[in-house]
Design a protein around this ligand. Structure first.
Ligand code: FEO
Length: 395
């Protein structure tokens, strides 16, 4: 793939991976992106996962056509990008690694002390690397998504190499090489963002501010398609996500149900919300649906209903995991409501509220639903009242 006259794609597609980062299902596979900048000096941007070393080195050689690479810029040390750097340095004996000090320390930790002391150039915020007609500028991007991360801007071709930011799950031979061919970028980019970077909204905001004045025509992330059109949309949506603002008006009902009674309440509430004209209503079964999808849905919408049973004087385990996943990612700026079920000593509502206690700017719905084992007239009336209260704000 050609990014510009001088910049070529040399990344790889992974269709064998079961869980990305040991955690996330990737039904469309995964791409580990890497790029070569051809100039008087040649520069490779990041390596790839260790399972694809040979393919990647072949890609690099093909683009360089017999020339040796001068530099390998290591923007991020997570092994999906650094897994092949040692093999690269062994193959290309005259190459220099350009990276942050923190990244070299991590390199030593990953590579039994190998920090390439004689073959390295340490860069920090504002430093530049001259390749000839291209000058690369480095932007510190700590915690997007690890502390050592740098982004790189090429002013000549107006390309931002954004490390993990603006990444999306999916192999490029399945979803398309550029966003033009990928008609649903946001869905899997949002699941990626909130799963992987979501905790670091403040740091993502800081780096967005630093890049705001750059003239950018293309964003080349380490994952997912190249963003080469409508950049305002992509920068805008990242701004929304990293500010924890709600992207969509609507209600997510996240639930667990053991014998189907809580599920019945959820279905009844969802039906009523739809009848009352709520713009988007999503229900997600936390025991069966993808947890990362449930997490991104919660951050996406302005209202989240938590519905679960009491279990061992606590909440059902999947609900505990869900709320923990939200809280550790700085869940905030939402309206929340609760449906609890309990057959003899219900505490689910109290436990859920306790878990959310430290979250900023949560508004609690006045109406709550309490189910004692199964729905009855009283709990049905509570569902009705909650639906009316939640729907009222969308009128
Ligand atoms: Fe794609 Fe944080 O590694």
């Amino acid at each position: 793939m050609v990014i510009t006259n001088d910049i070529k794609y040399v990344g790889v597609n992974d269709h064998d991976i079961d869980l990305f980062e040991g955690h996330y299902i990737v039904p469309e596979g995964m791409a580990y992106n890497s790029y070569v900048i051809c100039d008087e000096k040649t520069c490779v941007m990041d390596s790839v996962d260790a399972n694809f070393t040979d393919e990647w080195i072949e890609n690099v050689k093909e683009v360089l056509g017999g020339k040796d690479p001068d530099y390998l810029v290591v923007q991020h040390m997570e092994p999906d990008h650094s897994g092949s750097l040692k093999a690269f340095m062994d193959e290309f004996k005259t190459a220099t690694i350009v990276s942050s000090q923190k990244a070299f320390t991590m390199m030593g930790n990953f590579l039994e002390g190998e920090e390439f002391a004689d073959r390295r150039e340490v860069v920090k915020e504002g430093d530049t690397l001259e390749l000839g007609s291209h000058t690369l500028s480095f932007i510190a991007a700590p915690m997007v998504h690890w502390p050592e991360v740098i982004m790189t801007y090429d002013a000549k071709d107006k390309v931002l190499f954004s490390a993990d930011a603006f990444g999306r799950f999916g192999a490029l031979d399945e979803i398309g090489e550029t966003v033009k061919e990928d008609d649903d970028w946001a869905c899997e980019a949002r699941r990626y963002y909130f799963g992987i970077v979501g905790k670091y909204g403040m740091q993502a905001q800081a780096v967005l501010k630093k890049t705001a004045n750059l003239d950018i025509e293309q964003i080349c992330s380490l994952h997912g398609p190249i963003i080469n059109e409508d950049l305002g949309y992509y920068l805008g949506i990242y701004d929304t996500w990293s500010k924890y603002d709600s992207e969509s008006q609507g209600v997510v009902i996240a639930y667990t149900s053991v014998y189907g009674h809580t599920k019945k309440a959820v279905e009844m509430l969802a039906e009523k919300l739809k009848e009352l004209g709520v713009p988007r209503v999503e229900a997600t079964d936390l025991a069966r649906d993808d947890m990362a999808e449930a997490v991104e849905d919660a951050f996406r919408h302005d209202t989240v209903v938590f519905a679960t049973t009491t279990f061992n004087n606590d909440v059902f385990p999947f609900m505990r995991e869900f709320i923990h996943s939200l809280v550790e990612r700085n869940f905030q700026k939402k309206r929340v409501a609760f449906i609890e079920n309990g057959s003899w000593a219900p505490v689910a509502g109290k436990v859920m509220k306790g878990m959310l206690e430290g979250c900023k700017e949560l508004t609690y719905a006045e109406n709550e639903v309490k189910i004692v084992s199964a729905l009855n007239d009283e709990s049905r009336a509570q569902i009705d009242a909650l639906a009316k209260e939640l729907a009222a704000t969308y009128k």
